[in-house]
Design a protein around this ligand. Structure first.
Ligand SMILES: [Zn+2]
Length: 122
């Protein structure tokens, strides 16, 4: 009986470990999905701004108000994207260059891609 108890405990521990791994992965997948959705939203906003500006140039329309609303939307979506990236980076132990957006090792002093000096956490 002692052996069986030991085996079932080990199986239980392994199942729990798998469960925790899956939880972590699901969380990562959710973050990545949300990031993709936000990036798509940002592209849509940029596209709309482009169309409105085109309309202004070609048809002499005044879309100033709508464009500035869209720009503030874009700014908040960009902030959400930056936050999601930061959360993903924390989980993967990586970072992104503030200038070019390249994936870089966490704590790197300079971006290996563009050479930009990075803000390193103390
Ligand atoms: Zn860079």
């Amino acid at each position: 009986m002692e052996l069986w108890d030991d085996i079932s405990k080990k199986v239980g521990d392994a199942a729990n470990a798998v469960g925790r791994g899956a939880e972590k992965l699901t969380d990562m997948a959710k973050l990545k999905y949300t990031l993709t959705v936000r990036q798509g939203k940002l592209e849509k906003i940029f596209e709309s701004i482009g169309r409105l500006r085109y309309d202004e140039i070609v048809n002499s329309a005044d879309n100033t108000e709508v464009v500035s609303e869209l720009i503030s939307d874009a700014e908040s979506v960009k902030a959400e994207i930056a936050e999601l990236r930061e959360r993903l980076d924390e989980r993967t132990g990586s970072a992104h260059c503030a200038k070019c957006g390249a994936k870089i090792p966490r704590g790197a002093a300079f971006c290996p891609s563009c050479g930009e000096k990075q803000q390193t956490e103390e």
